[in-house]
Every structure is written in C-alpha cells, then in structure tokens.
Design a protein around this ligand. Structure first.
Ligand SMILES: NC(=O)c1ccc2nc(-c3ccc(Oc4cccc(O)c4)cc3)[nH]c2c1
Length: 330
C-alpha cells in the first residue's frame, strides 16, 4: 500500500515529478502502477520493466529498448501514447497515458461476453491499430485481452493496443544483407515469402482471431479444460469449439471472421486488410462511431473536413467527420 511502499528505489527525477501508487497491472516483464503527476494531479500508468527477468538479462533489455523505440515512433488513435521515460541500473520506467476503462480482459470477464455490436466496434479498432503497425513494419506478437485497454467504463469507447515488449521491427535490410552473401548455405525459407513480411505479420491476424473469439464467446478458443488435448495440440490442429449456449446469438458473419482468422496455415489465413473488407465490418453505423472516437477533432470541422471531392472521378464523396487518416472506408 501507499505508506509502506518503498519509493526510494525510483529514479529521483521520476519521483520528483510523479507519485507512484498502487499496482494496476502485472506482466511478464514487470508491473504497471497508477501514478499522479505532482504538479497537475493528472493520472498516468507507469510501466516498470526489470532488466533482469527470468529469460536473460540481454533479452529483457533488448526487448525493452525495442518497446521504447516503438512507443516513441508510433502515432495512432488506437495505440497507447507515451509521456516520459526514465531508467536506473535495474529497471526501465515508461510513463503512459492512463486508460480509465482498464483492460479488455476484465471487461469481458465482468460481462461474461460482449454483445456483438460492442465486440465489432472494439475489433475494428484493433484491426486499424494492427494495420498501422504492419504498415510501419512492426509485428506486435503478443496481442491478448490484457494488452487491449479501454478509454472509459462505457461500452462505446476508444480502445488502445499496448505492450510492445514482444514486438519485432521487420528488418528488410537484414534480409537484403543476407542475400548479398553466398546463398549456398541459406535455408529455403530465407528466400520464400514465409521469412519476410508475409508469414511474420500473420501471427497478429491469428491473435486477433483469438481476441474476437474471446469477446464474442466470453471464453478462449484453446484451453486445457477442453477435452484431452493439450492447448498446444488444439492450436496446432486449429481445433476450437463454439459452445452453442454462448454462440447461438452470434451472427454467421461474425463467426465467419473468427473461422477465417483461426486458420492454421499462415498463407491461407485471412489478412488484416481482408478482415477490414469483410462484410461483417461494412457497418456504416459502427464505422461512424469508431471514426468519431478515433478522430474527435474531425467532428464538425472546417469546410475542408466536411466535404471533399475525391481527386479521382469524384464519385465517392468523403462525408462529414470521416476525414480520418485519409483512408476512405467504401
Ligand atoms: N502491458 C503494458 O504495456 C500496459 C501498459 C499500460 C497499461 N495500463 C493498464 C491499466 C490501466 C488502467 C487500469 O484500470 C484502472 C486503474 C486505475 C484507475 C482507472 O480508472 C482504471 C488497469 C490497467 N494496464 C497496462 C498495461
């Protein structure tokens, strides 16, 4: 608790600017604490990453440095924003915006399962966040309900993807250098689609399938309590069960999205782009709500934001407030 909490191990400049209080999250690499900026009393989440965790010192520090590089580089409405960084001999401290709605994990748990329109609104925002990461050569690799945060206690709210500790930045340069040397000893997958963007990015599509399954069904698709197979075997075989009592009220289109993402062969798995074009997501009401949450400043903006004739034949006019990031939803 607050009083006995030992604040002495914190970097002095962090301590001078923020009061760290209770733990609000726990992860592989450390913990997340609620913090108050002393001068404004604004609330923040401070992620503390121990440099020496069980994997190995090198890995923990290397992953933390990649996470910090990604956090500084990304800028998207559905990706968590960073306020500050500090470090000591033994830990990294990342000051992040506080997402008042907490983790999706607890939201789904407290509601048993989300209703389909809420699940669709959240899933669409996750897709846009991951589409942005992939277009910047970043694979998240650890998408799970604990890493999806909600901006408020309301069902209709902005969501943000967090935790880039397991993320990888696709180094095309590394592949190019590899191909400069003699190819004689290189394995086939170095040359095929599998080792470059194709295969790597598909892992996030699978995880989004698991996330959507959990939001709609209220339970995980692969779990040791299902039958005799280990979770690993269930995943390798892509064997999941949609329990009737939980899924009878879920539309066939929603189930179709889940089934096309939970495909074992990464080359056959639906991609993020294909998922964004799936009929289930061509829902104007949801898209307008999502864009209002993601781009609030575009609301009722100047004439430019209101109507903009496409530079092409002008056939599809941009409607008010859907200025967004210049990508038109058709
Ligand atoms: N793993 C991460 O990289 C990470 C990064 C940032 C995170 N913020 C939370 C978080 C935020 C709010 C929570 O409820 C609260 C807590 C206090 C007040 C409140 O309104 C809601 C619970 C967890 N969890 C996080 C995880």
């Amino acid at each position: 608790d607050l009083m006995s909490d030992d604040q002495s191990s914190l970097p002095r400049d962090l301590q001078e600017k923020y009061l760290l209080t209770r733990r609000i999250g726990i992860g592989v690499c450390g913990e997340v604490r609620l913090a108050f900026e002393r001068s404004t009393c604004r609330k923040f989440a401070v992620k503390i990453i121990n440099k020496k965790n069980f994997q190995s010192e090198g890995t923990a520090t290397r992953n933390a440095k990649t996470e910090i590089e990604i956090l500084q580089r990304v800028d998207h409405p559905c990706l968590i924003k960073t306020e500050d960084f500090y470090q000591t001999e033994e830990s990294f401290y990342i000051v992040l915006e506080l997402m008042e709605g907490g983790e999706l994990f607890h939201r789904v748990k407290s509601k048993q399962q989300l209703n389909e329109s809420v699940a669709k609104l959240y899933f669409y925002q996750m897709l846009r966040a991951v589409q942005y990461l992939h277009s910047n050569g970043i694979i998240h690799r650890d998408l799970k309900p604990e890493n999806i945060l909600l901006s408020s206690q309301d069902d209709v709210c902005l969501i943000k993807v967090t935790d880039f500790n397991q993320s990888r930045i696709l180094e095309e340069a590394v592949l190019m250098r590899t191909l400069c040397g003699t190819p004689s000893y290189l394995a086939p997958e170095v040359f095929t689609h599998a080792s470059t963007t194709g295969y790597g990015l598909a892992v996030d599509a699978w995880s989004l399938g698991v996330l959507l399954f959990v939001c709609l069904g209220g339970y995980p698709p692969f779990h040791e309590s299902f039958g005799h197979q280990s979770v690993t075997d269930q995943i390798i075989r892509g064997e999941f069960t949609m329990v009737q009592s939980k899924w009878k009220s879920v539309s066939d289109q929603a189930k179709d999205v889940v089934r096309k993402l939970l495909v074992v062969d990464p080359m056959k798995r639906m991609s993020i782009e294909e998922a964004l074009q799936h009929p289930w997501l061509q829902d104007q009401k949801m898209l307008e709500t999502a864009h209002r949450l993601m781009y609030p400043s575009a609301e009722g903006g100047g004439a430019a934001a209101a109507m903009e004739v496409e530079s092409t034949s002008g056939r599809n006019l941009r409607k008010r407030g859907r200025e967004g990031d210049g990508e038109e939803q058709h």
